[in-house]
Design a protein around this ligand. Structure first.
Ligand SMILES: C[S@@+](CC[C@H](N)C(=O)[O-])C[C@H]1O[C@@H](n2cnc3c(N)ncnc32)[C@H](O)[C@@H]1O
Length: 402
């Protein structure tokens, strides 16, 4: 059993009393699940409960999450120019697909509001904008934001409880794949263990606990590692990382329902060879709590975001299994530049110097290699749409998925 390295609870701002109560209630429920499962659960089960347990999980209980007073900031929260760029790409696809958008995990609703406003300005407002949102609380926040920002288009927006049986249009998901539960593994001396979660021996919280991986899981891990290490060689010591099986299954399922149109997924991650590079020996699991990033998923369960980077090779293969064609893969910076981000910025009024400086700074954050520009990628896959997406016009040899 191992306690995760990294931040200690004392390094982070203490939660308010009612939030701490929610976290304690969730911890009790997780501990009960571990007990009922014989003392061990997979990390995917833990992450599912920490983020989505009804009434208690991070994304479904009422904490602030997005924006300056939350835990992290996403691209649409930074600048409306992000949504304008995505809208330009959607409008292009609308030329050959029906004008419908299905957005998954819409967060505060900022991207939906930007997309609807920008598409309307382009004369391409979608007939329908459907949002698949797991959290009732976030749905309410999204409805309020859309009512305030795009009241005239609100009647085109609907919220779905389950996946739509068929999608004819454009699927958009920004930073959703990284929020899907992952399984953890440890490779050591050629053996593969599944890293799960047990209750701490002193009854105070949770610890990692490794056990021999079952054959199917070990086989998938070996395949991924062999592919990556064929290029860079094996690591010297233990290697811990994740397998994003749920994200792959999601792409395959949603992709199969895309009767015609495109899926645009934006998230942080790498192609497989980089994801499992021998030097990335502690994986990509990260937690966000009040703008602090650390590596302990057991601190305040339910009050912090838990995420893993995306293996884009796995995502493109899942899309292919669903019969979709690759339409583009590039860094977020390249995608936004190809969608005209800088031209859009320079057409903004500069009379308010403070506002202008803020916009420039946000664009810098979206594009900079040191911030979101390179770590974040955009991938587009589709069915029966031409392979001429303007957002992927620059074929960048550094960003290729086989
Ligand atoms: C990091 S937030 C991103 C929110 C928003 N897209 C943004 O860019 O600000 C992740 C979101 O993904 C949602 N999510 C995770 N898995 C999902 C799924 N299978 N279907 C729909 N939403 C999902 C979460 O509920 C949460 O709203």
């Amino acid at each position: 059993m191992t306690r995760p390295a990294g931040a200690a609870a004392s390094d982070l701002p203490a939660p308010a009393a009612h939030a701490a109560d929610v976290s304690r209630a969730l911890s009790t429920r997780i501990a009960g699940t571990i007990h009922d499962s014989g003392g061990w659960i997979g990390f995917d089960r833990y992450m599912q409960m920490a983020l989505y347990e009804p009434g208690l999980g991070y994304y479904v209980a009422g904490s602030r999450k997005f924006g300056a007073d939350g835990d992290f900031v996403t691209a649409p929260e930074l600048s409306p120019l992000f949504g304008e760029c995505v809208a330009a790409q959607c409008a292009h696809w609308f030329g050959s697909a029906q004008a419908e958008v299905v957005e998954f995990g819409a967060g505060s609703g900022a991207l939906a509001a930007q997309l609807l406003a920008a598409l309307q300005a382009l004369g391409a407002a979608p007939g329908r904008y459907r949002i698949v949102e797991l959290s009732a609380e976030l749905r309410e926040r999204q409805r309020e934001l859309l009512a305030a920002r795009v009241p005239a288009l609100l009647d085109r927006v609907s919220w779905l409880d389950a996946l739509p049986p068929a999608i004819d249009g454009v699927v958009v998901a920004n930073e959703v794949l990284d929020a899907m539960p992952v399984r953890l593994f440890r490779w050591g001396d050629g053996e593969i263990f599944e890293r799960g979660v047990a209750s701490a021996p002193d009854g105070d919280g949770f610890v990692f606990a490794d056990r021999a991986a079952d054959d199917a899981f070990a086989g998938r891990v070996r395949l991924a590692l062999d592919e990556a290490w064929g290029a860079c060689g094996e690591p010297r010591g233990d290697f811990v990382s994740e397998l994003g099986e749920q994200a792959e299954a999601w792409v395959e399922t949603v992709g199969a329902r895309l009767t015609r149109g495109a899926m645009l997924l934006i998230d942080y991650g790498f192609p497989r060879a980089e994801y499992y590079h021998a030097q990335r020996a502690t994986g990509t699991l990260m937690c966000h709590y009040r703008h602090r990033v650390h590596a302990d998923p057991f601190l305040w369960p339910g009050l912090q975001d838990v995420t893993a980077h995306v293996d884009f090779t796995a995502i493109s293969r899942a899309a292919r299994r669903a019969g979709l064609a690759m339409l583009g893969y590039n860094s977020q910076a390249r995608f936004l530049l190809d969608c005209g981000l800088l031209e859009r910025l320079s057409s903004r009024p500069r009379d308010d110097a403070r506002k202008w400086a803020q916009q420039v700074q946000a664009v810098q954050q979206l594009l900079s290699e040191a911030e979101m520009g390179e770590l974040f990628k955009a991938i587009a896959v589709g069915r029966d749409v031409p392979d001429d997406a303007p957002g992927f016009a620059t074929r960048d040899r550094r960003h290729v998925l086989e």
